[in-house]
Design a protein around this ligand. Structure first.
Ligand code: 3PG
Ligand code: MG
Length: 439
């Protein structure tokens, strides 16, 4: 046996040892993942602070217009039924019309959970602390909108957040902190970061599912794997494309939406002044140059539309990109030929990730591309959709159950797919390392 072979063998035995689950006495199993989960803790009778993301569109009468995120956390809360559960969440941002209390959220959540989720109109003052201290096993409370406290939205490292009044006042009353708020974990905010320094910390079920499902997209699941990138966040989408094509996570990227218009311009198509002006108004003109580089680098791996749909006073007018008419109509969807060609490629793929709508999906004639792409995606073996607009269309079609994974994240999902490290997830990993070392 050669020295190198022996060395490899020893190394792989060592490596496997690191990867297999390590059983520890008392608290059950410490999973081999780089973050802890509910399964790593003895939760019986414990007080558990869970950061959830219930941020939701609301009308001026405080009605919740979309319950996806509220529903998403129910499994986490159910898995904590032997504990005392303190939920912490935000609604909107200071200065916005729907920056309001968490009371409506608590009511809807009570309905979905089948037991009371008590709303406490305080975050860490005397009322909040006495409410927590008097909880019984099985109780669930929802604290007030955490963004009512202005230090919440300061971006800074976990260690700095951990010294704030909120963390110092609440930590003594809490046994375990769980971050289940994947959708806001791209922000280094107080309630995402601060408690990870002071309390045993793990991920909730939403966070776990987001990480494992999105990893199947980013790190490549069953092949072929196709990403369909649309919507208007062109810079983020191009970063996702570069990331998944250079790390081998995807075999192909199909572009739609404003992303496609930028890439068409990058490929030399004259998309007309209205569309170029729109790109400029969004600050994306230099993305055209970037698009050229990406097309050069990943030759053949980026699928562009062959036809588009213009919006002519609300009417859908189709044209091939090779024969675009003169004029200044906005391109609001991919065309029929593209829909058919993209759908065929998507159906043949084993893993499909959709991010961003293919067109102006909120306007009827221009929702066609988005709807057909969604219908094709669910025919592949593993389908993921992320971002607010596309998730809304998935729900409009009644296709929630047909997707393998519908991400709760907008910005967080696109950052994760782009290969960025999310501060909230990095804090979970750091907390797991500390927890394992200290045992
Ligand atoms: C979201 O809805 O995107 C998350 O809840 C984060 O909210 P934010 O974008 O206001 O930080
Ligand atoms: Mg956002």
């Amino acid at each position: 046996m050669s020295f190198i072979y022996l060395h490899r063998l020893i190394y792989s035995i060592y490596y496997i040892d690191q990867v297999i689950q390590v059983k520890r006495s008392g608290d059950g199993i410490l999973t081999s993942r780089d973050y802890l989960t509910i399964d790593d803790f003895d939760i019986d009778g414990k007080t558990i602070l869970v950061r959830v993301d219930l941020n939701t569109p609301m009308d001026t009468e405080d009605n919740i217009l979309d319950d996806m995120r509220i529903k998403s956390h129910i499994p986490t809360i159910k898995d904590l039924e032997d504990a005392k559960v303190v939920l912490m969440a935000h609604q909107s941002r200071a200065g916005k019309k729907d920056f309001t209390t968490m009371k409506p959220h608590s009511q809807l959540m009570s309905q979905y959970l089948g037991k009371e989720v008590k709303y406490v109109d305080d975050i860490f003052g005397t009322h909040a602390r006495s409410s927590i201290a008097s909880m019984k096993k099985g109780d669930v409370i929802l604290l007030e909108n955490v963004r009512f406290y202005s230090e919440e939205s300061i971006t800074r490292p976990a260690i700095e957040h951990s010294g704030t009044h909120m963390v110092r006042k609440l930590s003594p009353l809490i046994d375990i902190f769980l971050n289940d708020a994947f959708a806001v974990s791209h922000r280094s905010h107080l309630s995402i970061m601060g408690f990870t320094e002071t309390l045993p910390t793990g991920a909730g079920r939403v966070m776990e599912k987001e990480i494992s499902s999105l990893d199947r997209g980013v790190k490549g699941g069953e092949r072929p794997c196709i990403f369909v990138l649309g919507g208007a966040k062109v810079d983020d989408s191009l970063t996702v494309a570069e990331n998944v094509l250079s790390n081998g996570g995807a075999d192909k990227v199909l572009v739609t939406g404003v992303v496609a218009n930028v890439m068409l311009a990058a490929s030399g198509v004259d998309i007309g002044s209205t569309n170029l002006d729109f790109i400029e108004s969004q600050g994306y003109t230099e993305q055209i140059e970037r698009g050229k580089e990406i097309l050069g680098k990943f030759n053949g791996k980026i699928g562009l539309p062959v036809d588009v749909a213009f919006n002519d006073g609300g009417k859908r007018i189709e044209a091939l990109v090779s024969e675009l008419p003169d004029g200044n109509l906005p391109i609001n969807d991919i065309g029929l030929e593209t829909i058919v060609a993209f759908s065929d490629e998507i159906k043949a793929a084993k893993t499909v990730v959709l991010n961003g709508p293919a067109g102006l999906s909120e306007v009827e004639p221009f929702a066609l591309g988005t709807h057909e792409i969604i219908k094709a995606a669910v025919q592949s073996e593993y389908s993921i959709a992320g971002g607010g607009h596309i998730s809304a269309e998935v729900r409009n079609l009644g296709y929630e159950e047909k997707f393998s994974h519908l991400s709760t994240g907008g910005g967080a999902c696109i950052d994760y797919l782009a290969g960025a490290e999310l501060p909230g997830i990095e804090a979970l990993k750091a907390a797991a390392t500390r927890y394992r070392l200290n045992r």
